[in-house]
Write a protein that binds this ligand. Structure first.
Ligand code: GLY
Length: 401
């Protein structure tokens, strides 16, 4: 059976009509975004092939901290992103439960809140203005005094002056998530090709009809570009379909706590770093934000800044062994929001990239909404503002704004 591409209509995007049968889909990129879309589509009966230049889940997904922090990460200038981040945060419990049941693997979702903390009077001013901003957006945030913060996390610096609790925020173990998503996608019937770099997109009469791998055409009805910070390197993309995504370097490290007596139990955001305790005793300390392209060096200055910020908030880290240090590359778009959904003038091509700081948080929403678009042609109102067309003044259905 063949998927018959719908004919274009002036008022709808060419891919916006319901396909007659489940399409053959190629997903470029086996991070949490690509794997989750592949899982959803394969489970819905599509033929799905995932190509990754490296190993599944070993790019930005591996490097992340796994924070689900729609509230405390909400920053001025990013209000447009909130409906999407909040929606995805709400999807997380059911998504995690379904994924764990389907794959048989844990993802360690925890919805026990995160706290931003202030150590000095200046920090309190900054925290207060962020809190007013977040509260003004209707987010579930609560002001805590120093004693309340220490009650929650007794090993924090005794000088902690105040905190903001994001009670709906939490974390998931992103490395376990990658393993579970890979297992789920494979169980649903998706085929995973690792060490298989996609050389180019194949276009016929303006329609994406496959990709080139090892010089051979791999045909498809739909191609999903989910290659994170590598997305703009795909050859064959027409001008206007090249996603403005760049690597944003982050240095991170993991310390080893005694899991029976952890120094920290919940995610904490002191000034200049964040601290993410895992159930097994790992304490993730992140992260620098550097526009250094693909530079992947750990630097003394980067690690020193993180350790100093962590030590100021949680002096006991001084005694902890360093278990791991690494560099990741967030896929940052021109406006720091993801690029999702159909591409004007390139039928059959669907974007799922540019998630920047929010890839793990946005995984369930991206998977569900992008898969729904591919299966039904619908562009959900939550997805619509994030089309690549916004960089050319065009809406998600291709209309000029
Ligand atoms: N979301 C945390 C980070 O990007 O470092």
């Amino acid at each position: 059976m063949t998927y018959h591409p719908p004919s274009g209509h002036p008022s709808t995007h060419p891919s916006a009509a319901k396909p007659s049968v489940a399409p053959r889909v190629i997903v470029i990129g086996a991070g949490c975004i690509g794997l989750s879309i592949a899982w959803r589509l394969a489970a819905a009966g599509c033929t799905v092939d995932i190509y990754d230049r490296g190993t599944a889940g070993r790019g930005a997904t591996h490097a992340a901290a796994g924070m689900l922090a729609a509230a405390v990460e909400a920053e001025p200038g990013e209000q447009a992103l909130l409906p999407l981040t909040l929606d995805s945060q709400r999807r997380w419990p059911a998504f995690a439960a379904e994924l764990e049941a389907y794959s048989g693997l844990p993802v360690d979702l925890r919805t026990d809140g995160t706290v931003q903390v202030a150590l000095t009077r200046d920090d309190v001013e900054v925290l207060r203005s962020g809190f007013e901003f977040q509260r003004g957006l209707g987010l579930n945030v609560a002001w805590l005094n120093g004693a309340q913060v220490k009650e929650r996390e007794p090993w924090l610096n005794p000088r902690v002056a105040a905190g903001v609790l994001g009670a709906d925020d939490g974390q998931v173990d992103n490395r376990k998530l990658a393993l579970a998503l890979k297992a789920a996608a494979l169980k649903a019937g998706a085929r995973l090709h690792e060490g298989a770099a996609v050389e180019a997109l194949s276009l016929t009469a303006g329609r994406a009809d496959g990709v080139v791998v090892d010089g051979a055409l791999k045909p498809a009805d739909v191609v999903v570009l989910a290659a994170g910070a590598w997305s703009r390197q795909l050859a064959g993309l027409p001008e206007g379909a090249v996603p403005p995504v760049r690597p944003v370097k982050g240095q991170m490290l993991a310390l080893r706590m005694d899991p029976a007596q952890p120094l920290l139990r919940h995610v904490v955001w002191p000034p200049k770093c964040y601290l993410v305790p895992r159930l097994d005793g790992r304490l993730i300390v992140g992260a620098t934000t550097e526009d250094k392209g693909w530079d992947d060096h750990l630097t003394a200055g980067g690690v020193l800044a993180l350790l100093e910020a962590a030590w100021r908030a949680l002096p006991g880290v001084e005694e902890l062994p360093i278990e791991e240090m690494w560099v990741g590359h967030r896929p940052g778009s021109r406006d720091d929001a993801p690029i999702l959904g159909p591409v004007p003038d390139v039928a059959g091509l669907v974007m799922a990239t540019g998630h920047h700081r929010n890839g793990i948080l946005l995984t369930p929403g991206t998977a569900d909404l992008v898969a729904d678009h591919i299966l039904t042609g619908r562009v959900d109102p939550l997805l619509a503002p994030f089309g690549i067309g916004r960089f050319q003044g065009r809406s998600a259905n291709g209309m000029r704004l």
